[in-house]
Ligand binder design. Structure first.
Ligand code: F6R
Length: 607
């Protein structure tokens, strides 16, 4: 989604702004722009629809290379208010073209503000951000910080803002409410960014602004204020939790990230499991065991939601804890009956997803316990909740989530073993599970080595427009997740359905051009599902069967994907890599942009 980057310092800002906007590209966006100025009041405004490379070409053509600009703001826009046009691209400016603004998130009362301002000002765009620029002019009192506070007081809901007043060309100001804004310092410059991954490999220290804090940056020095009072901030060192987003030798980020999975899994497990003693060792999990709760409610969206679906039934059945899984956007608008004996767990790769974050607010307002499972270090949700665990998946750059889903599953599994041991899970069962977990990363590595197979399958299946992904029981989350990946990467229709439920209606859709991806390895419900697949086969259905390597029953399929055998509880992990790679190869064959699927964004920061 939208991304902000701002720079104030001694060097020429323009190349920095373009370069760092490229680091925000992974979030998904449809236009980009920048404003830069120097102490002699020379300035440049450029906006381009499409990729940052379009903006770069435009800048290359239009700007005078002998001029250096020391203060600048830049933005990638993911359209919400108004179409993808140059007029709607940020930065937006006030009537006199004095105040330039970039903004993330949504101002819910912008229509009201706009109709009040329209008597006096002409609007050139359909955006909510232009209202902020006009408000600056309307409320300016001679001091940019007090004006910023007056402006933000009028805004309903969330924002991260960076603003430059052309009359004060050395100064840059920023503010935030519910949307992240990070201040980075280096030797001769200060950066602002809305994304913790974007500039971490060049900065030495960073701090995050709290809600309603404002920052003033002048000549490479900064000051932070809260409601007019100066605030001293603690800075963190940038360390190896932040790695530069690099594609290495892979054709797409997606493939690179899928190939990182065995490492992600090893990392995630090593933080919490001692494989020598086959025991869980983690302070947070110990603390969790001390807490008094008899129910878990799990809240997430998209792939993070499907990760929970996988494990919820096991929490319930094996750790004896009543567990509900909720889609965050629905949870938010249903009647909330707070329960002090419920542990509310939120899960999010980005730690910024708007509806998940709003759920945390709602739960905390009722004094209930919140626990996070998040990937992005220092993200909003991680900082809001009472306690939590990182997935340690490293930076996930592409829009569709893969390696982090595995990281989430690993955390959930460790949590489940820890909670289970405190309840009715036997030590010997936990140990045998931990033994199998130890083997899992190597098993996943063997799957990665078979990528030619998925290319061949994609060649054969690219002609179909509709797919069923069939599941039963613990495989539901896996099937739903893999069908989501096919949809988002190829734009084909894919639906996850219970194998048994099929005959209660959807079987009517089955014919040879409507393939089913039947996920049915060796596990307790294998026999029963075979009968259902036979029903599809009898109706000339096309079957792509995900089957265990050592399964000798091989009669009713058109194609197979073989997966290694493991502990039944770990089965949901194993179809993921093959079916994700299948989707990637399908997308490539259909000439889709694998890393940046149409209409989607990485951090969904608007409701
Ligand atoms: C799908 C995907 C999305 C995200 C969803 C939640 O591949 O990436 O469905 O899972 O937008 O995002 P997070 O986990 O950041 O809250």
């Amino acid at each position: 989604m939208c991304g902000i980057f701002a720079y104030n310092g001694k060097n020429n800002t323009v190349p920095f702004l373009i370069e760092w906007l490229r680091n925000l590209e992974y979030r998904g966006y449809d236009s980009a722009g920048l404003f830069s100025i120097n102490n002699s009041w020379e300035f440049v405004v450029e906006k381009a629809v499409g990729k940052v490379s379009n903006l770069a070409t435009q800048v290359e053509k239009n700007i005078d290379k002998n001029i250096s600009y020391s203060n600048g703001i830049a933005h990638t826009r993911w359209a919400t208010h108004g179409k993808v046009t140059q007029e709607n691209t940020h930065p937006h400016y006030s009537q006199s073209e004095r105040f330039f603004v970039v903004h993330n998130w949504i101002i819910e009362n912008y229509m009201t503000l706009k109709s009040e301002l329209e008597e006096k000002y002409n609007f050139y765009s359909q955006t909510d951000t232009e209202v902020i620029a006009k408000l600056f002019e309307e409320l300016f009192d001679g001091n940019i910080i007090s004006t910023l506070e007056k402006v933000t007081e009028k805004l309903v809901w969330a924002y991260a803002l960076a603003v430059i007043d052309k009359q004060n060309p050395q100064t840059l100001v920023g503010a935030k409410l519910w949307s992240p804004m990070i201040v980075w310092i280096g030797q001769e410059w200060v950066f602002l960014s809305s994304d913790i991954n974007a500039v971490s490999h060049v900065a030495t220290q960073f701090t995050t602004l709290e809600d309603r804090e404002t920052v003033v940056i002048k000549n490479g020095k900064y000051e932070v204020f809260s409601l007019g009072n100066k605030v001293e901030k603690d800075f963190e060192e940038v360390d190896d939790r932040f790695q530069a987003a690099d594609k290495w030798l892979f054709e797409t980020f997606t493939e690179k990230e899928i190939h990182e999975i065995p490492t992600v899994l090893r990392n995630s497990l090593k933080w919490r499991i001692n494989f020598e003693t086959k025991s869980i060792q983690n302070e947070t999990l110990n603390e969790l065991n001390e807490m008094d709760f008899d129910r878990i409610e799990i809240i997430a969206s998209g792939s993070s939601y499907f990760a929970w679906v996988v494990w919820a039934s096991w929490f319930k059945e094996l750790a004896d804890i009543q567990t509900e899984v909720r889609i965050s956007s629905e949870f938010l608008y249903e009647k909330f009956i707070p329960n002090k004996k419920t542990l509310y767990i939120v899960i999010s790769q980005s730690g910024e997803t708007a509806d998940v974050r709003e759920c945390v607010k709602m739960i905390q307002q009722k004094d209930c316990n919140t626990f996070w499972i998040v990937n992005v270090v220092w993200s909003t949700i991680a900082r809001m909740c009472d306690m939590g665990l990182y997935t340690h998946s490293g930076i996930e750059v592409w829009v569709a989530s893969t390696k982090n889903v595995i990281g989430q599953l690993a955390v959930l599994l460790t949590m489940w073993i820890s909670l289970g041991l405190d309840r009715n899970l036997q030590m010997k069962d936990a140990k045998s599970l931990i033994e199998k977990l130890w083997e899992l990363p190597a098993q996943l590595e063997t799957q990665l080595a078979e990528s030619q197979k998925y290319t061949d399958l994609a060649e054969k299946y690219k002609k179909y427009n509709n797919f069923f992904y069939l599941w039963r029981n613990i495989l539901q989350g896996t099937a739903a997740e893999c069908s989501l990946k096919l949809k988002e990467l190829t734009y084909l229709h894919a639906e996850a359905y219970s194998t048994w439920e099929l005959k209660h209606g959807p079987l009517a859709l089955i014919h040879e051009d409507f393939p089913v991806v039947a996920i049915n390895p060796m596990w307790s419900l294998r026999e029963k599902s075979i009968s259902n697949i036979k029903e599809i086969w009898a109706r000339n259905g096309t079957v792509l069967w995900v089957i265990s390597k050592n399964d000798s029953y091989r009669e009713i399929y058109n194609d197979i994907i073989e997966i290694p055998e493991t502990h039944e509880l770990l089965t949901p992990f194993l179809p993921l890599i093959p079916l994700w790679l299948f989707s990637v190869e399908m997308a490539k064959k259909l000439w889709k942009d694998v890393d940046k699927p149409q209409n989607l964004a990485k951090s969904v920061t608007v409701e």
